[in-house]
Design a protein around this ligand. Structure first.
Ligand SMILES: *Cc1c(COP(=O)(O)O)cnc(C)c1O
Length: 390
C-alpha cells in the first residue's frame, strides 16, 4: 500500500513508504513507539544533497541519534554536527571520520573539547571570549567559526537569543581567536528550525553578508560559511519539497557568497522528520461538564514523552486514525502525565473523529525529528518513547 498526501507540493506529493505502512499495520506495540524507515532518511539525504549542491551536509545529530540513521548517513558520505562528547562518540562508533565531525555547540565542557581534539576533531563553534579561551587551551590551533545571532526569524521553532553574538562582538572574536593561536575560518548562524519557505532566509542572509564583508574589510581571511539548519518537515502547513527548498536557499547563498570556499549546511529536522511515525493510543476521551464545547482526548504520549515541540502549540502534528472517514469534531489533546503543562493542543483544538475512544490507535505523522530525544526517562512511570528502525 502506498499512500499519497497532497500538501508538500503538487508535483512532489509526500509518499509514505509502503515498508513503513506495512510494518506499522502488522505490529502490535505495547507502548508509544517511533518507527523510522532508514531508507526514507537516505531518500531525504539525496533530495537535500541535490538541492544543496556544493554545500557539505553536516547532519545535526540531536534531531535523531538512532544508530541506524547515523550508520546509514556515514555510508552515504554525510558529515555530522555534534553537540557533546556523547554525540561525537556515537558518530565515531558508527564509522564517521573525525575530520567529518564538527563540534557545533557554542557551550562546551572543557573536558569534551579535549576529548574531541584528541579524537581528531578540528572544527569548533564559539560565540564568546570564554569559549574561545577554553578551545585555545584544550584544542590549541583548532579551526573555529563564530556563531552570529539571527535577529529576524520566521521559523515555527526559532533558535534566537540563546545562541550567537552580534556583529561587533563577532568581528572582535575573530581577532581574539587569532591572538589565542586559533584559526578563525568563518561564521555560522541558524535561521530557526522549521523555516517553512526558502524565501524566509533572505533577511538573515542579507544581515550575514553585511557582517561578512565588514570582517573581510578588517583583514580577516574568512573561508567557511555554515548556514546551519532550518530545513522544514511537512506537518500541517504546506512546505516546498526538499530539493526545491534547498536549491532556493543555495541560490540565495551563492548570490551573496559565491566566492566563499566552503559552505556547510546542518539539516536536522529536514533530514529525518518525514522518515518517522509515532504509533500511540487513546487512553481516555471525556468531557468535563455537559456544557463542555470540546472533548478532551488523552493519548499515551505527551509533552514529556516525545511531543515537547507542542510547547506553545508551535509544531502542529498530523494525527491519523482508522476512523478518519467518520464525522470529525474539535478536541483538546493532552498527554498522560499528572502535570497540567502536559496539554498538547488547546488554543487551537484538533479535529478528531467523534467515534474515537479509549484503546484506538493514533498515528502521529512525520515525527522522526525532535521526539525521541525530547522524551523524559520515565516521568510519572510512563515509558519513554521507544524507537524502532526498519
Ligand atoms: C539544532 C541545530 C541544527 C539543526 O536544525 P534543524 O532546524 O533541525 O535543521 C543545526 N545546527 C545547529 C548548530 C543546531 O543547534
Amino acid at each position: 500500500m502506498t499512500m499519497h498526501f497532497a500538501g508538500a507540493s503538487a508535483s512532489e506529493a509526500i509518499v509514505y513508504p509502503s515498508r513503513l505502512e506495512q510494518f506499522v499495520a502488522e505490529t502490535v506495540f505495547d507502548r508509544p513507539t517511533l518507527v523510522i524507515d532508514v531508507d526514507r532518511v537516505e531518500q531525504q539525504y539525496h533530495a537535500l544533497k541535490a538541492g544543496l549542491g556544493r554545500a557539505d551536509i553536516h547532519y545535526a545529530v540531536k534531531a535523531n541519534p538512532a544508530r541506524d540513521i547515523i550508520a546509514r548517513l556515514v555510508a552515504l558520505g554525510s558529515h555530522f554536527d555534534a553537540a557533546s562528547r556523547a554525540e561525537i562518540e556515537l558518530c565515531l562508533s558508527q564509522g564517521a571520520k573525525p575530520e567529518h565531525i564538527s563540534f557545533g555547540n557554542t557551550i562546551k565542557k572543557p573536558s569534551d573539547i579535549a576529548f574531541a581534539w584528541n579524537a581528531g576533531i578540528g572544527i569548533f563553534a564559539a560565540d564568546a571570549e570564554e569559549e574561545l579561551e577554553k578551545i585555545a587551551e584544550h584544542a590549541p590551533g583548532a579551526q573555529v567559526y563564530i556563531r552570529l545571532i539571527v535577529e529576524v526569524s520566521e521559523a515555527d521553532w526559532p533558535l534566537t537569543r540563546k545562541f550567537g553574538c552580534d556583529r561587533d562582538t563577532a568581528i572582535r572574536l575573530l581577532g581574539y581567536a587569532k591572538e589565542l593561536g586559533l584559526d578563525p575560518i568563518g561564521f555560522s548562524f541558524h535561521v530557526g528550525s522549521q523555516t517553512r519557505q526558502a524565501s524566509m532566509w533572505g533577511p538573515a542572509l542579507d544581515g550575514l553578508a553585511a557582517i561578512w564583508h565588514a570582517a573581510k574589510a578588517e583583514g580577516h581571511a574568512l573561508r567557511v560559511l555554515n548556514i546551519g539548519g532550518g530545513f522544514p518537515a511537512f506537518y500541517d502547513e504546506e512546505i516546498e519539497a526538499p530539493t526545491a527548498y534547498a536549491a532556493g536557499v543555495m541560490d540565495m547563498v551563492n548570490a551573496r557568497f559565491g566566492d566563499v570556499e566552503t559552505i556547510m549546511a546542518e539539516p536536522g529536522r529536514g533530514m529525518v522528520a518525514e522518515a518517522g511515525v509515532i504509533v500511540s493510543e487513546v487512553m481516555l476521551v471525556s468531557r468535563k461538564s455537559e456544557r463542555d464545547l470540546h472533548r478532551w482526548v488523552y493519548l499515551d504520549i505527551g509533552r514529556f514523552s516525545g511531543l515537547a515541540e507542542t510547547e506553545g502549540e508551535a509544531i502542529r502534528y498530523r494525527f491519523e486514525t482508522a476512523k478518519d472517514a467518520d464525522p470529525m469534531g474539535p478536541c483538546i489533546m493532552a498527554g498522560p502525565s499528572c502535570d497540567s503543562a502536559d496539554v498538547l493542543y488547546e488554543k487551537r483544538p484538533m479535529p478528531l473523529p467523534l467515534t474515537l475512544k479509549s484503546g484506538d490507535r493514533v498515528l502521529i505523522r512525520n515525527t522522526g525529528a525532535y521526539t525521541s530525544t525530547y522524551s523524559s526517562v520515565c516521568f510519572n512511570g510512563f515509558p519513554p518513547l521507544d524507537v524502532v528502525t526498519i
